[in-house]
Design a protein around this ligand. Structure first.
Ligand SMILES: *Cc1c(COP(=O)(O)O)cnc(C)c1O
Length: 411
């Protein structure tokens, strides 16, 4: 019985025994039989724990780590993460309910996102969580609803910074944005928070997502601390929360290197005494989604048919774009790249072939792997897409074509 790893995907933390992927301490085939249906997503507790331990070990202990629920809102995952992190960040009423169900103290839950409706703000006030304000209009609505409830809402200001996180996969700050309050408008908003008598907590600065370049994150942290400390002088009360966002990426494609945490940690060590001196009550928070859960999950679909079309072999599976939009290429991203994919029950496989793995949808975009070298697979074999723990099922058009729902399991 030899333990090996898929040589073309050395970053996967899932072990391989006798050429079968092991998930949750058992062969994938056994897990699939236990679930009783494909396709499914499986998330591994061990890997969630490992990633958190890695991060805690690398970063200064004074840094609080929050989990951004939208990355993977499966209640069991949120419940597990709640036991590992210092707080949860939600972006809708649905996520707020899941966060509260996890037993996390409302004082450790924050709510970000543009366009929060009165029903959401009302629930946030009633629960006693912190609302990250995204606009002056939202502040007025929140204050009015607070008055109606006879409660003092807790608020933080989400700042749209006057800089951008370089080479970030998705830019969410800098320039005109629907997210956050432009840095130059923040002083007026802070005055208004004081006038309205709201319970001011601090700042939230989120600059982007899926960044693998430590030096870009270090620079974003520098600019975020500078901006927050400058604006803290205008705050209606002491800064208690300084959420500098996240943006930590994970490797998906050949050539991607895992994020180097050391320079980020060194830089945070350098800033902590400065923060302590200038805003002594402020707790520095990093909020991460993808980085915490992305590598702990796989998507598994079964091969339903094999066909050769003009010399090209297709493996047709029961899963696809409707469950895993990101792996399919997000409805036609400019250059589609393959996620790491293996045949889970014959990972290395003595016989190899170049195939395209597709789903059952009637669109040429329904691709899980395009011309990839895999072990030679047959009907009934299990196709595994790695790096699928974040922005998978809930970020996919599950109603498209009306196939049965996908199962999720935490093992
Ligand atoms: C989406 C989001 C996150 C999580 O981003 P990741 O790239 O998954 O780490 C964190 N904070 C806010 C405000 C978000 O909208």
């Amino acid at each position: 019985m030899g333990k090996t790893r898929p040589t073309h995907w050395p970053m996967s933390q899932f072990p391989v025994v006798d050429d079968c992927l092991w998930v949750g301490g058992m062969p994938l085939t056994q897990l699939a039989a236990r679930i009783g249906q494909t396709p499914f997503y499986a998330y591994e507790r061990r890997l969630l724990d490992q990633k958190m331990a890695l991060l805690r070990g690398a970063l200064p202990p004074a840094i609080e780590l929050h989990y951004a629920v939208k990355a993977n809102p499966m209640p069991a995952v949120v419940q597990h993460m709640a036991g590992l992190v210092d707080g949860l960040d939600v972006a809708s009423l649905g996520e707020l309910r899941i966060a509260l169900d996890s037993g996390t103290s409302p004082s450790r839950i924050s709510f970000a996102g543009p366009g929060k409706r009165p029903v959401e703000l009302t629930a946030a006030i009633a629960a006693g969580i912190t609302v990250n304000l995204e606009s002056p209009g939202e502040l007025e609505t929140l204050a009015r609803l607070g008055q109606e409830q006879g409660r003092q809402p807790q608020v933080a200001v989400r700042i749209n910074p006057d800089f951008e996180l370089k080479t970030s996969g998705m830019k969410m700050g800098g320039g005109p944005k629907p997210f956050g309050v432009d840095a130059e408008q923040v002083p007026a908003l802070l005055r208004r928070i004081g006038e309205l008598g709201l319970d001011f907590q601090g700042f939230h600065i989120f600059t982007g997502s899926q960044n693998l370049r430590a030096e870009a994150i270090v620079e974003a942290h520098d600019r975020s601390f500078e901006l927050a400390l400058r604006l803290a002088a205008e705050a209606p009360g002491p800064l208690r929360l300084l959420n500098i966002g996240g943006g930590f990426g994970i490797p998906y494609f050949p050539g991607d290197r895992p994020l180097d945490l050391a320079p980020i940690a060194t830089n945070l060590e350098r800033w902590l005494p400065v923060v302590k001196a200038r805003v002594p009550q402020a707790q520095v928070v990093l909020e991460l989604g993808r980085y915490l859960v992305g590598e702990a999950g796989i998507y598994v679909a079964e091969v339903v048919d094999r066909k050769v079309s003009r010399g090209h072999t297709f493996l047709i599976t029961d899963g696809g774009l409707h469950h895993h939009l990101a792996a399919s290429g997000n409805f036609g991203q400019v250059i589609r790249k393959n996620y790491p994919v293996v045949v889970g029950n014959r990972v290395l496989g003595a016989e190899r072939e170049t195939v395209s793995v597709v789903g059952p949808l009637c669109t040429p975009l329904d691709i899980l792997a395009d011309r990839m070298e895999l072990a030679k697979a047959d009907i009934g074999d299990l196709i595994v897409v790695f790096q699928s723990g974040a922005y998978g099922l809930t970020a996919s058009p599950t109603a498209f074509l009306g196939h049965p729902p996908c199962v999720e399991i935490l093992v």
